[in-house]
Design a protein around this ligand. Structure first.
Ligand code: ADP
Ligand code: MG
Length: 255
């Protein structure tokens, strides 16, 4: 019997901004090694979902677990109650996050961007972190750029630095929010290639993307979100090639 915990479990998450209910009862389990692609029209709540999962945003009700760690649970008053700050701090070590706009420190070198959090936040040994950072730089195809600052790199290179930076924390799951949306097609391809490489190594990932071909190729499961709900989810091939819902069909027809 498979008794593995999900790496991350979101259960009945609701989130409003004022009167705008942006997440309407979203539940999502991500299992170890699983690659989940989240697709759907702009404004559907995809970024908010990732921001809630990564504690950049609080949700109103619902439960959030990382492995066996309870991050938030709905209390008896129906509102989400968050764990104490030391639990939240430990939970933040479980995931990495890659944004559309890289969010690198502009005045730090590539190497320093990657090494900063493992040393300052995780309090790890500098030599050990540097060894791992250099390995990741090689893996991302960024050799020779160690001492450059972000503005000396292409967008695709910057995004690969930000992926290396996320990986250097040894996360159990990496969340990507439209990692290639700011890139032209050539640079998009090089970023998708490294994400594919991670998928082949069974890195657990949740990827919000508009790259349908990529989603179908790389994801185990695709979730189609629209209007704050999961309209449809299933094996990647099935959702892309044989969507069950009219809204999914209409969305995919645009690609
Ligand atoms: P997606 O990533 O699928 O495009 P978002 O999660 O960014 O969707 O947005 C979902 C809805 O939430 C939109 O209506 C957006 O305007 C609203 N929203 C997102 N962030 C905020 C915020 N910080 N304050 C108010 N409304 C927000
Ligand atoms: Mg978004």
């Amino acid at each position: 019997m498979d008794t593995q915990n999900p790496v991350v479990r979101l259960s009945h998450i609701k989130k409003s901004f004022g009167k705008n209910e942006v997440l309407k009862d979203i539940s999502l389990d991500v299992m170890p090694g699983e690659v989940v692609a989240v697709i759907g029209p702009s404004g559907g709540g995809k970024s908010t979902l990732l921001r809630c999962a990564t504690l950049l945003e609080t949700f109103d009700s619902g439960d959030l677990f990382y492995d066996d760690m309870t991050v938030a649970r709905t209390g008896s008053n129906g509102k989400a109650e968050y764990a104490k700050s030391d639990v939240l701090r430990r939970a933040k070590m479980k995931f990495g996050l890659v944004f559309q706009n890289y969010n690198l420190f502009p005045h730090y070198t590539v190497l320093k961007n990657i090494m900063d959090a493992p040393i300052c936040v995780q309090k790890r040994n500098k030599e050990e972190v540097e060894r791992q950072a250099r390995e990741l730089i090689a893996k991302m195809g960024l050799e020779g750029n160690e001492d450059k600052v972000p503005c000396q790199l292409s967008g695709g290179q910057q995004q690969r630095v930000s992926i290396a930076r996320a990986l250097c924390m040894n996360p159990e799951v990496v969340f990507f929010d439209e990692p290639t949306s700011a890139l032209d097609p050539e640079l998009t391809a090089e970023v998708l290639k490294v994400i594919k490489k991670l998928a082949a190594e069974h890195m657990t990932m949740v990827i919000v993307t508009h790259e349908m071909q990529f989603a179908r190729d790389v994801a185990d499961r695709i979730i189609f979100m629209d209007g704050g709900v999961i309209v449809e989810e299933g094996p990647a091939e099935q959702v892309v090639n044989n969507p069950q819902h009219q809204r999914t069909r209409e969305f995919l027809a645009r690609y």
